[in-house]
Ligand binder design. Sequence first.
Ligand code: HEM
Length: 395
Amino acid sequence: MTIAALFDPAVRPDPYPVYAQLRAEPFAVMDGALVVIGDHQRCTAILRDPAMSSERRRSLLGSNMGEPDELPPTSFLSLDPPDHTRLRKLVVKAFTPRVVSALRPRIEAIVDEQLGAVAGTGEIDIVSGLAYPLPVRIICELLGVPEADHELFSEFSRWLVRGLDPSLTITETADAQRIEQARTGFRDYFTDLIARRRTDPRDDLLTSLIRAEQDGDKLTHEELLGTCTLLLVAGHETTANLIANGVIALLRHPDQLAALRADPSLVDGAVEEVLRFDPPVQLTTRIIREAARIGDVDVPADAVLLLLIAAANRDPAAFDEPDRFDIRRTPNHHLAFAAGAHFCLGSGLARLEASIALSAFATRLRDPELDEASLTYRPHVNLRGPDHLRVTFNG
Ligand code: HEM
């Protein structure tokens, strides 16, 4: 087994048998520069280890990313302390659980509107009709992006995310130009919006970030841009994929869907199980600063550790019957939001959006059926989710 198997487009519909093989033991590729790790215990320990670095990993994994000055603005996702701590604290401050829970009525209204739009038609594309519009509208409203620009934002996000696919060689694809346009367009758009908010502050996250100060440190313009990009990209496609992957899992396990329909209070457990069973972020990386032995591998200093979250989430050493989808599973210590210092900052928002969307899906659509032939997956190795997902229903 080599890591190449994961990059084979034929495995996109079901990469889990490949993950099961990759998980068996850590192994090195690229002359030891990259070490692949997929067991739950090691992945958790590495994510929690403050000695592991998150710096520059995207350029190492995604060789398509070009020179550092061509990279999207730096976000704290790929920074180490002290910069990571400083920037993360600023966002945490503006993104409290209170801010998130106050969004519940708005999320419910959007889900209601999206599902209301297909009532009586007997079919819905879950991707374009529910999973994508919800998180983009919420993150735009949080940031303070005017409604008229939401569509544009969705488009930016789509291409920014495409540009992060480690399996993509941008120079060989017609997508390269679109990705570049999205990077420039997003930067110009936000530069303009930030300037407007400086002179005309509003009650939104962007204004809070502009105002935020930590130990006398303001965010620089680049850091502000990087943070906005991170919130858009991290908060949009991932949450959309969680909702869509959840719908697929429920439709493929009718007993679980029936249980949820009968008892909607199971929805939080259902969201956790989707996060474990089919995680929207399948892998991440860390850089090991000092040489070490991991399993049977002598790992040199500065090697990249490729952590297979999706493999760890189905590790039989950590979960009973890991290939079984069980919305009542407890405990459920999956790694879908990572762990340690970079633990997903938007997990509360993602969980809230997914729980509202999945419980509305389970209770409002009668006799839903998955049109398996319509199901195609995005070609992304890291961010897993469908492109199209047609569901038919009665009424
Ligand atoms: C970090 C997953 C939704 C904002 C992360 C990481 C993962 C992740 C795995 C850590 C990556 C690493 O350490 O290498 C997810 C999943 C989501 C989701 C699966 C949806 C189901 C969101 C949302 C937001 C968000 C809705 C914000 C609106 C962030 C931020 C970080 C992050 C800011 C960086 C944290 C840091 O570096 O300290 N996310 N995320 N995410 N996520 Fe999420």
